[in-house]
Design a protein around this ligand. Structure first.
Ligand SMILES: *Cc1c(COP(=O)(O)O)cnc(C)c1O
Ligand SMILES: [Zn+2]
Length: 376
């Protein structure tokens, strides 16, 4: 197993979490061909850095690609990759499952993560499933609603007072010392797990564009690596154009991209309803920037109002997503894509996780005696 830093190029033979230069590391590209199999882990067996522990799978991945009416208004063919149907209702499960397969094989007794939302729930759930201890660091500001969705799986949930940004690096350091495998947002195994999204899309369509809600940058890097490996393996003819989508109120990657900066800078006072993509100093930000420039890809930011409108439009098609997951649809207004383009938007997580911020639909009152009138 060989890991490489996408920024400085240094390679590592042992499974480190980050490069000495402070940037993330990633597995060298896999090249192979698919097999026949009933799930994504089997069909793309040679593309994973560790054998997936299928006996502990909860059925993550193999999500529906839904053809959407919403493309018509823009003259495009729009597909929605519905990641809300994963076992803990977000795509995080794909990465969690693969990273935990590694942790188990490597003999770890405990795993951990730093998260306030979807990733915390995912790691807690899979730790229970794998029979490992879970150490979940959450920020002081994590809401009761969120903590319940994490605590229910029985993990050790630890609320940390202090600078949340430093927690990412502290957790990796302490994890190494104490034998806890931290599966944070851009853990190299986690990113490999996200490649499955690209593999499954390519099995059904050859998209021209893929819209990816982006926070830490882990998901973006995973999907990019998936398509690149398919391309290098000769399994697809063209790479799609990947678009990172951020919330205007927290868009450190788009800002650095537009300003032509080589490195991202901390986004001060982040404010958006899309909490799942509100990382002000994304640990994979520089790696994503480099990909955007290298491949001529793009970055678009959208306002909270546009996000809410996107959320409403998707609900109008029967898909209830959280604000972060509606950013791709919101971005369509700004992108001006060519007529007939095939576009995939990644619906990253379920709206049931963020009920508090959901605009209520209309509800009519009706006494039983008036039922006939009400029905007319
Ligand atoms: C984690 C998450 C994202 C962003 O993924 P990153 O890997 O942090 O860029 C987007 N949407 C939802 C719902 C998420 O949970
Ligand atoms: Zn490096």
């Amino acid at each position: 197993m060989k890991l490489r830093c996408p920024i400085c190029g240094k390679t590592y033979e042992k499974p480190v979490q980050r490069c000495e230069c402070d940037e993330p590391v990633e597995f060298e590209a896999f090249r192979s061909e698919p097999y026949i199999g009933k799930n994504v882990w089997e069909r793309f067996y040679d593309f994973w850095p560790v054998k997936p522990a299928l006996e502990f799978s909860l059925g993550e991945g193999d999500t529906p690609l839904v053809k959407s009416r919403l493309g018509r208004e823009f003259g495009i063919k729009l597909y929605l990759k519905n990641e809300t149907v994963n076992p803990t209702w977000s795509f995080k499960d794909r990465g969690t499952f693969l990273a935990m397969s590694y942790a188990l094989k490597a003999g770890y007794k405990a795993v951990g993560t730093v998260s306030t939302g979807n990733m915390a729930a995912s790691v807690a759930a899979y730790a229970s499933r794998f029979g490992l201890k879970a150490k979940i660091f959450v920020s002081e500001s994590a809401s009761e609603e969120k903590l319940k969705a994490v605590g229910v799986y029985g993990g050790d949930v630890i609320r940390v007072r202090g600078d949340y940004g430093r927690l990412y690096f502290e957790s990796l350091k302490l994890g190494e010392k104490l034998g806890v495998h931290f599966i944070n947002s851009d853990n190299p195994f986690r990113i490999e797990g996200y490649k499955g999204i690209a593999f499954e899309i390519a099995e059904e369509v050859s998209p021209d564009y893929v819209l990816i809600p982006t926070s830490s940058g882990g998901l973006f890097r995973g999907i990019a690596k998936g398509f690149t490996e398919l391309h290098e393996s000769g399994l697809i003819d063209d790479l799609p154009t990947l678009i990172a989508v951020q919330a205007e109120g927290c868009s450190p990657i788009c800002r650095a991209f537009k300003e032509g900066k080589a490195k991202i800078e901390r986004f001060e006072n982040p404010k958006t309803i899309a909490k799942a993509i509100a990382n002000p100093y994304p640990p994979s930000g520089n790696a994503v920037l480099k990909l955007l420039r290298e491949f001529g890809w793009g970055c678009v930011s959208v306002s909270d109002e546009e996000i809410k409108e996107g959320q409403r439009k998707l609900a109008g098609e029967g898909l209830f997503v959280q604000p972060a997951s509606a950013t791709g649809i919101a971005a369509l207004e700004k992108l001006d894509l060519p007529e007939g383009a095939k576009v995939v938007s990644i619906l990253t997580g379920s709206g049931l996780k963020t009920l508090k911020n959901t605009p209520a639909g209309k509800i009519r009152e009706c006494p039983l005696e008036e039922l006939e009138n009400c029905l007319r």
